[in-house]
Design a protein around this ligand. Sequence first.
Ligand code: FAD
Ligand code: UDP
Length: 413
Amino acid sequence: MRDLSRTAAPPRPVTRAGFDYLIVGAGFAGSVLAERLARGLGKRVMIIDRRPHIGGNAYDHYDDDGILIHRYGPHIFHTNSQPVADYLSRFTRWRPYEHKVLAHVDRRLVPIPINRTTVNTLYGLDLDEAGVAEFLKARAEPVAEVRTSEDVVVGAVGRELYETFFRGYTRKQWGLDPSELDKAVTARVPTRTNDDDRYFGDSFQNMPLHGYTRMFESMLDHPNIKILLNCDYREVAREIRHENLIFTGPVDEFFDCRYGKLPYRSLRFRHETVERETFQPVAVVNYPAEDVPYTRITEYKHLTGQTHPKTSLTYEFPSAEGDPYYPVPKPENAELYRRYQALADATPNVHFVGRLATYRYYNMDQVVAQALALYGRIAKAEAEGRSLHEAAAKLSDLARSVPVQRTRVNAAE
Ligand code: FAD
Ligand code: UDP
């Protein structure tokens, strides 16, 4: 990867010392804001990350065998938001890719989301679409009020398919039973009665042609943007003079966990390369059985289209310890987050944005939409001559208005 921290800036008149913005975190949230503030408003931006690279969790790189892999597990880009797709298209070309996932069940590989093929294969049937709808309806259990991740699935496909595909996987992934998790978690996965075997139904499904890191490099390649890696905010908070702060790390950490730690689920990734051209028929195979310690195996060549005599894989082992990857959607965590959110709202000249800082189980496109919306407010406030702090006060309203469902993102709000 090109060392962007050494990007030479052409001389420009410096009127004040320091930066207009210090941005903590070079993932989607931080990088979109750095790009917009520098290119859109001419701001002087310093973006830092404690990791040795840009891109946050979407970081990809070539491994020792020269195969492009995602260090933090498979990242598949999909969105229904044309403004988000248009924005990112300024920094990358795309490779058409529709994601397919198979689940390993009873020594067979069947499509997940559950569809007509899944039902017919597992039960040895030959039902048409209406037949599958009938089949599922007959098994679905009535649920008076759908509250939990168990309710969602049991109410749609019944207990047997719930146990086959969701119970074990979810218990591994979250360390919690689906009955303890908000309904939004398993509601991310639809149920189908037709033959559609795509994981997502979004209108825009493409991968960055040369990878995410190249896309981030292009976003951050601007003379007003300086990049500092391997650097924790705490080490430099007082050293780097700045007027405004954008924080995209864990919100509880920013406030020294004063109300207690917000739970985040972590993962351990086992990356390996095998001496064969392909390993599995699709990019991701899920392993829902609870006695298998990993949740899924990813084979990257399906995502990237790369040809290579070997193939690289990642096994995901969910874990309570490690980097924070997933906010854990359950009511008491949402309650604790609200207390941190109130602190965040009352902190002048600091904007909290992104998956960890707003404690939301967001996909990449939703984070881009959230960051663009914050930028829109900052730019509007500047144009109207209002203080940025007033704009910041509205961020919490905004965060609430960005939908959690992957199908309804609107960057233009
Ligand atoms: P991050 O990418 O987490 O970036 C935050 C950055 O802040 C990190 O790099 C971190 O090192 C840095 N940071 C934190 N604290 C500090 C500090 N104190 N000092 C300095 N730096 C700090 N989304 C999809 O749309 N499709 C997918 O297929 C998909 N798959 C995923 C698979 C996995 C395993 C995971 C974990 C997530 C997946 N996502 C996917 C979600 C996606 O990763 C996020 O939506 C997106 O990357 C969030 O961007 P962000 O900028 O908010 O956070
Ligand atoms: N899930 C499951 N079995 C599967 C796929 C998903 O139980 O085969 C559940 C699990 O709880 C998971 C959630 O549905 O965390 C959402 O799945 P998704 O693929 O959207 O999760 P992601 O990997 O994007 O976080």
